[in-house]
Design a protein around this ligand. Structure first.
Ligand code: PLP
Length: 381
């Protein structure tokens, strides 16, 4: 029986084309990019070519892209750097942000001159823009940090609308775009954002590499001190094969985007329909409509008390799905996102997340197995 991987919001499998692009940088070009000899210059050229590729795809300047160890580091840099280097005294964010933003905001609220304000949410997890405006009006020198798409719910935020509000009130705007980079197009010359953050392993690139986009007039100072790597923005010998792999993964994502959206959106729609037809009482968390993140479907199964049991039973059948974000599994705390949005909810929440490597036949099998597993659970209860 083939295994089925429906946990692509946690991480995606590497694309074979990405592996092929990375291999020469593991096997042949081993120079240190800071070295002046030919080996070093080749490595430096590989990094700068990757940076130019990413910048070209996003329509920004290469100097505005800083490679990091992933989304978490990039989010930390945007929030901490804005307070330390850009005079931010108010952080306006939401209770359903990824922990990389949420916990960083909490920490800054305790350890820096900045105060944190939590924007109210609409029923589907979107920020209430009227409340955001009220917060912006009364709190100057603000950084707004709102994620583009929620990794647990799939609810998507209108970056244009939030960005325009931020511009009107002179606030900086950071958006965690970790779940949407490689899945949507961005035109950073037009989009009113100052920082966005990305992670290659969410779009079939390698783990341990991501980037911070930093608008040229919102330049931060480095957080990691030492050498002059990353144009003085991040010390430490660069993860060259990661950087090359990230750029290749983005190139592929953009090249195949329309086909990819069509295929993955189709899987999500099929899954929704099969679940509605086959499992009584099932409902969908957050926004699961046509505007939502097409890779994520968050489902509530009303009759089964424990997400963990359901995930274990699916795992025994060779199916990988998740109870929320991978980052929160393993702790007993459950999901801060579900707690913020649905404090009184019962039942089991399961997140199914899809990629270009999944098929309609896999969707059908997952729903069949769910029907079986839930029926078993109902008999035992
Ligand atoms: N932000 C979001 C929305 C995520 O989903 C994740 C990963 O789960 C991260 C940030 C963290 O990214 P990384 O794993 O590259 O540190």
């Amino acid at each position: 029986m083939d295994k089925i991987y429906f946990d692509n919001a946690a991480t995606t499998p590497l694309d074979p084309e990405v592996i092929a692009a990375m291999l020469p940088w593991m096997q042949e070009h081993h120079g240190n990019p800071s070295a002046v000899h030919g080996f070093g210059r080749t490595a430096r050229a590989g990094i700068e070519q990757a940076r130019r590729k990413v910048a070209e795809l996003l329509n920004c300047a290469p100097g505005e892209i800083v490679f990091t160890s992933g989304g978490t580091e990039a989010d930390n840099m945007a929030l901490m750097g804005s307070v330390r280097d850009l005079g931010v005294r108010h952080i306006i964010t939401s209770p359903v942000e990824h922990h990389a933003v949420e916990l960083t905001a909490h920490a800054l609220g305790h350890t820096s001159p900045a105060q944190v304000h939590w924007v109210r949410l609409e029923a589907d997890g979107r920020p209430d823009l009227a409340h955001l405006e009220e917060l912006l009006r009364t709190h100057p020198k603000a950084l707004v940090s709102l994620m583009h798409a929620n990794n647990e719910l799939g609810t998507r935020v209108d970056l244009e609308a939030v960005g325009r509000l931020c511009r009107r009130y002179g606030a900086l705007f950071h958006s965690d775009t970790v779940q949407t980079m490689g899945h949507y197009r961005f035109d950073l010359a037009a989009l009113p954002v100052d920082f966005i953050t990305a992670s290659a392993h969410k779009f079939h690139g390698p783990k341990g590499i991501g980037f911070l986009y930093m608008r040229s007039d919102a330049t931060l100072k480095p957080m990691i001190l030492g050498g002059s790597q990353e144009r003085n923005m991040r010390a430490g010998t660069e993860n060259i094969y990661g950087i090359v792999g990230l750029a290749k993964a983005m190139e592929i994502a953009y090249r195949d985007l329309d086909e990819h959206v069509h295929h993955v959106q189709g899987l999500k729609e099929r899954m929704k329909q099969r679940l509605k037809d086959g499992i009584p009482g099932v409902s969908f968390n957050g926004d699961s409509g046509s505007d939502s993140l097409y890779t994520v479907l968050s489902v509530n199964f009303p009759d089964d008390g424990k997400s963990e049991m359901l995930i274990y039973n699916m795992d025994i059948e060779g199916i990988a799905c998740s109870g929320g974000s991978a980052c929160s599994s393993g702790s007993n705390k459950g999901s801060h996102v579900m707690a913020a949005l649905y404090p009184a909810q019962t039942g089991a929440n399961i997140r199914f997340s899809f990629s270009k490597f999944n098929t309609p036949a896999e969707v059908d099998r997952v729903v069949e197995v769910l029907q079986r597993v839930l029926a078993v659970a109902a008999v035992k209860a």
